[in-house]
Design a protein around this ligand. Structure first.
Ligand code: GLY
Ligand code: MN
Ligand code: MN
Length: 439
């Protein structure tokens, strides 16, 4: 992402904040896996969205209209010894020169410097409950200022949830964000296709997971946006199955829900297919139903429709289809009203997607589903799951779990499916799986 984009975002946020205000945003903490080993570091998305600063132990401070510096970064000092172990640090000079901060201080000086900045402001924009350390320190700083009030300083009188403003900005993707999201979806789509070609009875779920991760990394998608779900047969019926530990058996369906993160933007794609490359009749019937529901939902992704329109369309299609196949009995309207479809389709049809896989942004405004607008990106992912032993359901449907998930951009004209390169129709899947790959 170019520096000017971060600058534009900070400027926009500061314009919304107005004068006499301050925003304080810490990045994510490092998490210890065990003893000296850390989990791979991922900055906080809100922090990164405004700074592009990748290092841990940093706090971004924005003070609109402040003379000397509006954008101040508190970050780690240079330290040749530590840098030999953990890699280069930008330090205070780099914070200004590389990352565009107007001023920068060592993170260890936060307690000394920040209260002086807070003192000048009436309103503090801060996301409470996200960083236990700052949750504790912010009231201490404010109390300290109040204790000094006889010397004339009053300090902040209001703390405002920063998330609301920032998340509304993040909900609408810019041209450069969309370029990255298209790339993330393209990389994951091609990895899905590659896994489809390698899938056959006898391979292990973790082998397909490894192949997916490798294919993404090979194309620059070095991290996964979430742990891949690779489940065959009964495992496909567990919505968030991440053990990926079983050997795949002939005649099973495989569900793979996996997406890379590319330059801090997520993709989230699910494909489901018969492990031997050919659908049995019951597998095909349920698959065609989920696909019809997904296409009906995607058709509802357009400006002016509201958030729940795609879900309503999916529920209608699924319920009608389940009646036709004999899995539900009753009238369409009554079954929908009684939510009987939830036995087989227990989740919603999607979520916002962006820097976080389940991205930020309100789904309702003033109590009503919000309208879809160009620049929003969401997933469309209906599914049907029939675990063995499901009451009143013929055995031929058991152990089939199907989800089909795409990432969809709302455009002026309707929508664009970012993950369209991942094969999806029965014919496409059977054709792709008929091509055998070596290795
Ligand atoms: N991969 C998690 C989800 O589809 O929401
Ligand atoms: Mn999803
Ligand atoms: Mn998913």
């Amino acid at each position: 992402m170019v520096a000017s984009e971060y600058r534009r975002r900070r400027r926009e946020l500061m314009r919304m904040m107005g004068p006499d205000s301050i925003a304080i945003l810490p990045t994510a903490p490092l998490h210890i896996r065990n003893r000296d080993v850390h989990f791979p570091y991922r900055p906080d998305s809100d922090f990164y969205y405004l700074t592009g600063f990748p290092e841990p132990e940093a706090v971004c401070v924005l003070i609109p209209g402040r003379k000397h510096a509006e954008y101040i970064l508190f970050n780690r000092e240079r330290d040749p010894h530590k840098e030999q172990w953990d890699g280069a640090r930008a330090g205070q000079e780099g914070a200004c020169e590389i990352y565009d901060a107007d001023d920068s201080f060592p993170i260890g000086d936060l307690d000394d410097i920040l209260p002086g900045m807070l003192e000048q402001c009436e309103r503090v924009y801060f996301a409470m409950g996200c960083n236990p350390d700052l949750d504790k320190r912010l009231p201490e700083w404010i109390n300290h200022i109040r204790c000094e009030s006889r010397s004339g300083s009053q300090g902040p009188i209001e703390i405002i949830a920063l998330d609301h403003y920032l998340h509304e900005m993040r909900l609408f993707k810019s041209r450069s964000e969309l370029k990255i999201m298209r790339k993330a979806a393209r990389v994951s789509s091609s990895a899905h296709k590659r896994v489809m070609q390698a899938c056959k009875p006898g391979v292990w779920e973790y082998q397909l997971e490894a192949l997916f991760v490798r294919e993404c990394a090979h194309q620059g998608g070095k991290s996964q946006a979430y742990p891949p779900i690779v489940g065959a047969g009964p495992n496909a019926c567990t919505l968030h199955y991440i053990d990926n530990q079983d050997q795949i058996q002939d005649k099973q369906m495989l569900l793979i829900d996996a997406g890379c993160e590319y330059e801090y933007y997520a993709s989230d794609i699910t494909r489901t297919y018969p492990v031997n490359g050919s659908f049995t009749e019951p597998q095909r019937q349920l698959y065609e139903l989920v696909l019809a529901a997904q296409l009906a939902a995607i058709a509802k992704v357009k400006p002016g429709n509201h958030w729940n329109d795609p879900h309503d369309a999916a529920v209608r299609t699924v319920t009608r289809g389940l009646i036709k196949l004999g899995l539900l009995k009753g009238t369409l309207s009554k079954l929908i009203k009684d939510e009987k479809y939830k036995t087989f389709f227990p989740h919603r049809t999607g979520h916002w997607i962006g820097m976080d896989v389940h991205d930020v942004g309100d789904y309702k405004v003033d109590g009503a589903w919000r309208l879809l607008e160009p620049g929003m990106v969401l997933t469309i992912e209906p599914g049907l799951y029939v675990p063995a032993g499901t009451k009143g359901v013929a055995k031929k449907w058991w152990n089939i779990g199907i989800r089909i998930e795409d990432d969809v951009l709302v455009t002026k004209a309707g929508n664009e499916v970012l993950s369209k390169d991942a094969p999806k129709t029965v014919d496409e899947i059977e054709a792709v799986m008929a091509v055998t790959h070596v290795g």
